[in-house]
Design a protein around this ligand. Structure first.
Ligand code: ATP
Ligand code: MEV
Ligand code: MG
Length: 397
């Protein structure tokens, strides 16, 4: 093991426009949140690999001798990220006792951990370690919890295997990897996402890796460095949903009605491009009410399109109605089907309006809070730079 005890974190994300369409090669605009997932990796001498995932009530451990049997055939190279190794996935499913195609929360998280651990260490000595993850993000609610988890796993395991160095200097509190190392983290995180999602576009893990706001098109990531400060309200309807199931549903609909659905995807693409243009104008000319009017109309149109794709939910309709009654515009974010929505706040939106909207949404049984966007991507932390309450959880195991 190259490093023995360290902390990494990665942010969640909100998609402004382009969810689902991005899986089919269209543009998405996404931004990191100030809510993060934290991971502690500790080298041990117990001869075991332990994972503690308190958010999803999962605490597991395996003897190294059990795990070694899974890699007898394995000859992969950790710096060559290929497609998912179907044989390894098949063995792992058998190992953790998943017989049907559908994975529950615990199996998905376990499978993606074991896949990355064995892929990165399988060609040498398997290290004994304990890994603990805690997230500020709601799990499975559209804010990229799976990607933040996969990015943390990839960063920590790549560091532990020596494929990338730990960037933190003795005197620093947080540090980030260089571009080439981030690309490697991102590509391994994508493998984790493939296990959880089935057919991810890669936008969520890209935001989790690089942070900030970015434009994503067919795997090409363009960071948008000049963006206006946006005020956004996040609402979690708390309706559970699975990204994997929703993405598969949209694919079925496109296959069934291609001539109807393809124009919808093209329209979402045009919405993302128009939004990007307006955001860029807002950074180089005085911001006017008209800029916000356009952003609001784009949100409304996209929300209708997402309903057409079949990823709406009555709770999300309720969010849109409650906010519209206050003159505010909302859309679902992420995979939809429940989960979270975003509401755009104009700079002049009165704080009393915001407060009463938040209260009404809470009265609907939703969680609701104003969020700041654009947090840093994957980073390594000194223990002192991890919030005390999170450190306590990570060090508890
Ligand atoms: N803190 C965590 N600890 C362990 N596993 C997690 C954690 N957060 C997410 N996961 C894994 O990710 C899965 C949720 O992923 P899913 O893609 O369905 O939702 P999401 O990523 O929150 O939303 P979206 O993909 O729409 O942004 C969980 O079932 C679990 O397997
Ligand atoms: C629904 C989706 O477009 C976004 C999930 O946050 C899926 C993906 O891009 O992988
Ligand atoms: Mg996800």
């Amino acid at each position: 093991m190259q490093v023995t005890d360290f902390y990494v974190s990665a942010p969640g994300k909100a998609i402004l426009h382009g969810e689902h369409a991005v899986v089919h090669g269209k543009v998405a605009l996404a931004v990191s949140l100030n809510l993060r997932t934290y991971l502690r990796l500790k080298a041990t001498t117990s001869g075991k690999v332990c994972i503690n995932l308190p958010n999803i009530d999962t605490f597991l451990s395996w003897d190294l001798s059990q795990l070694k049997q899974l890699v007898t055939y394995f000859h992969g190279k950790r710096d060559e990220v290929q497609r998912l190794d179907a044989e390894l996935v098949r063995r792992l499913r058998e190992f953790i006792g998943v017989t049907n195609g559908n994975l529950d929360t615990c199996s998905m998280a376990t499978l993606s951990f074991l896949y990355l651990y064995l892929s990165l260490f399988g060609s040498g000595e398997l290290p004994s370690l304990t890994l603990t993850v805690w997230s500020e993000l709601p799990t499975g609610a559209g804010l990229g919890s799976s990607a933040a988890y996969s990015v943390c796993l990839a960063a920590a395991l790549l560091c532990a295997s020596g494929a990338i160095p730990p960037p933190l200097k003795e005197w620093e509190h947080t540090a980030r990897w260089c571009q080439e190392e981030l690309e490697l983290i991102n590509s391994w995180a994508f493998q984790g996402e493939m296990i959880i999602h089935g057919n991810p576009s890669g936008v969520d893990n890209a935001v989790g890796t690089w942070g900030g706001m970015l434009r994503f098109l067919a795997g090409k990531i363009i960071p948008l460095s000049r963006v206006p400060l946006l005020r956004i309200l996040l609402t979690n309807t708390k309706v559970p949903r699975s990204t994997k199931v929703l993405v598969a549903g949209v694919k079925d609909k496109i296959n069934k009605f291609p001539s109807i659905m393809v124009p919808v995807l093209d329209s979402v693409d045009a919405i993302s491009c128009t939004c990007e243009k307006v955001l860029s104008e807002m950074t180089c000319e005085p911001i006017t009410g008209e800029h916000y009017n356009i952003l609001e109309e784009l949100i409304d149109i996209n929300q209708h399109h997402l309903n057409v794709m079949g990823v709406g939910h009555p709770a999300l309709d309720r969010l849109c109605q409650v906010t519209l009654a206050k003159g505010l515009h909302s859309k679902l974010t992420g995979a939809g089907g429940g989960g979270c929505g975003i509401t755009l706040l104009r700079p002049e939106t009165d704080s009393l309006i915001v407060q009463s909207t938040v209260q009404e949404l809470k009265d609907c049984g939703f969680d609701c809070w104003e969020t700041s966007i654009g947090g840093p991507g994957a980073q390594q932390h000194s223990a002192i730079s991890v919030k005390e309450e999170i450190l306590e959880i990570l060090n508890h195991y």
